[in-house]
Design a protein around this ligand. Structure first.
Ligand SMILES: Nc1ncnc2c1ncn2[C@@H]1O[C@H](COP(=O)(O)OP(=O)(O)O)[C@@H](O)[C@H]1O
Ligand SMILES: [Mg+2]
Length: 368
C-alpha cells in the first residue's frame, strides 16, 4: 500500500494551470505525491506531462497555482534553489567528461571535498551497475549505460525528488525493460519520491505505485495500476489503460438492459448508472467468451453473432477482431488463449457466437 502509516504529502500541486498565449496546456491540476512514492504521469503526446514536470522543477513557470515541497512553498523559487534531480529522454551528458566526471559534476560545483566526492561517485557507479565503466566517455557507452550515468548524476546530490521525463523511450525494448526494474529497485531502496513522465502504459503500470492519467491538460483519473484497470471512470481511461471495447447504444435503466443495434444485453443491477439512456457499453477483450461449440446458445444471454475479420497472435493469447454483419466498420476485440484458437481451428471469415460476461460489463456516459 502507498498511503501507509506515517506517509505524508511530500509534494503538493495545488490548482496549477498553464497557458502559452491563448492556449491552455494545463487546467487546475491538483495532485499530492507521498514521500517515497513512485508516481507516473501517463497520457498521450501533447497532453501536458512535460509541462507539468517542468513547472515542478521551475524550468517553466505556472500561470496560476502553487507548489509545496516538503512543507515549503516553492511556486516562485528559481530552479537552482529547488531540491530535485532530473533525467531527460535524451541523455544530455557532457560529451567531454567520462562517466565518473559526469556524475561528479554537480558535486564539484557544490565545493564538496575531493574525498567525499570520490566516495559518493563510486557509490553511485555501483548503484547503477557501472563500476567498470567509470573512465568511459558517453560516446563509448551504449544508450542504456548513458541513461544509467544520467540517473546517477541526477541522484548525486541526494535530492528529495527525482523527476524523470520519458527516460527509457529512446532505448530498445530489452534494455528498457531491464532498466525499468533497476530504476524501480533503486527508487525503493532509497525511498526516493519520484515522478516519471511516460506515454507508455506498460511502463507506467509496471513501475508506478500510482498513475495519473492525463488527457488534454487535465487529470482524467488517479489510482494504482490495478484500480485504474479495474475501475476506469471514463471511456478514455478505460481504453488507455489496457484495451476496452466501447459499444454505443441505449440503456433502459429500469430493466437494466442495454440495446446495441438490435441486440439486448443484460447489465448487472447497478445503481451507480444514473446517466441518460445514450451511453457506451464497455467490456475488455478478455471478458468476452467464444461459445462456438456450445449447444442451446439461444437460451443464453448477452450473445452476439459475429464474423472473424482478423486474428493477431500476441504470445500467450490471440486477439480476434470480429464484426457484426450489420456493422462491419465497428471492430470488437476478443482475446482468446492460443490453445482455444488452435483446437477450434478458428479462421478469418468464420462466424462465431461471442458472449459478453454480464458481470464484467461497464457503462459509460457518452459525450457523442
Ligand atoms: N513553450 C511552449 N510554447 C507553446 N506551446 C507549448 C510550449 N511547450 C509546450 N507547448 C504545448 O503544450 C502542449 C503540451 O506539451 P507537453 O507538456 O510537452 O506535452 P507532453 O509532454 O504530454 O507530450 C502541446 O500542445 C505543446 O505543443
Ligand atoms: Mg513530453
Amino acid at each position: 500500500m502507498i498511503k501507509k502509516e506515517g506517509s505524508f504529502k511530500y509534494l503538493e500541486i495545488k490548482n496549477i494551470s498553464k497557458n502559452f498565449g491563448e492556449t491552455f496546456v494545463l487546467k487546475n491540476i491538483h495532485l499530492d505525491v507521498f514521500k517515497g512514492e513512485f508516481l507516473c504521469l501517463l497520457g498521450p503526446s501533447g497532453c501536458g506531462k512535460t509541462t507539468l514536470l517542468r513547472i515542478i522543477s521551475g524550468l517553466e513557470r505556472q500561470t496560476n497555482g502553487d507548489i509545496v515541497q516538503d512543507g515549503l512553498l516553492i511556486s516562485n523559487s528559481p530552479t537552482e534553489k529547488r531540491d530535485f534531480g532530473i533525467v531527460f529522454q535524451s541523455y544530455a551528458l557532457f560529451p567531454n567528461l567520462n562517466a565518473k566526471q559526469n556524475i561528479a559534476y554537480g558535486l564539484e560545483n557544490k565545493k564538496i571535498n575531493k574525498k567525499e566526492i570520490e566516495k559518493r561517485t563510486n557509490n553511485l557507479l555501483r548503484l547503477v551497475g557501472l563500476e567498470k565503466y567509470s573512465d568511459q566517455f558517453p560516446s563509448q557507452l551504449s544508450g542504456g549505460q548513458q541513461q544509467r550515468v544520467a540517473l546517477a548524476r541526477a541522484m548525486a546530490l541526494s535530492p528529495g525528488l527525482l523527476l524523470l521525463d520519458e527516460p527509457l523511450s529512446a532505448l530498445d525494448a530489452q534494455v528498457r525493460s531491464k532498466l525499468r526494474n533497476e530504476i524501480k529497485l533503486i527508487q525503493k531502496k532509497l525511498n526516493l519520491t519520484t515522478i516519471m513522465v511516460t506515454h507508455d502504459q506498460t511502463e507506467a503500470l509496471s513501475m508506478a505505485d500510482r498513475v495519473v492519467v492525463m488527457e488534454r491538460g487535465h487529470i482524467a483519473q488517479i489510482g494504482t495500476p490495478f484500480e485504474l484497470y479495474k475501475n476506469p471512470i471514463t471511456p478514455f481511461v478505460a481504453d488507455f489503460i489496457g484495451k476496452m471495447n466501447l459499444l454505443k447504444g441505449k440503456y433502459d435503466k429500469k430493466n437494466c438492459v442495454f440495446y446495441y443495434l438490435n441486440n439486448r444485453f443484460l447489465i448487472s443491477q447497478n445503481t451507480e448508472y444514473s446517466f441518460l439512456e445514450n451511453c457506451l457499453l464497455g467490456i475488455r477483450p478478455e471478458d468476452i467468451e467464444i461459445i462456438k461449440f456450445r449447444k442451446n446458445i439461444e437460451k443464453e444471454e448477452n450473445i452476439l453473432k459475429v464474423k472473424i475479420k482478423e486474428i493477431t497472435y500476441l504470445g500467450t493469447i490471440f486477439r480476434l477482431t470480429v464484426v457484426l454483419e450489420s456493422k462491419l466498420e465497428e471492430n470488437i476485440f476478443v482475446d482468446v488463449i492460443s490453445n482455444q484458437v488452435i483446437s477450434n481451428n478458428l479462421k478469418i471469415g468464420d462466424f462465431i457466437d461471442i458472449k459478453l460476461k454480464k458481470e464484467k460489463i461497464k457503462l459509460f456516459e457518452s459525450n457523442l
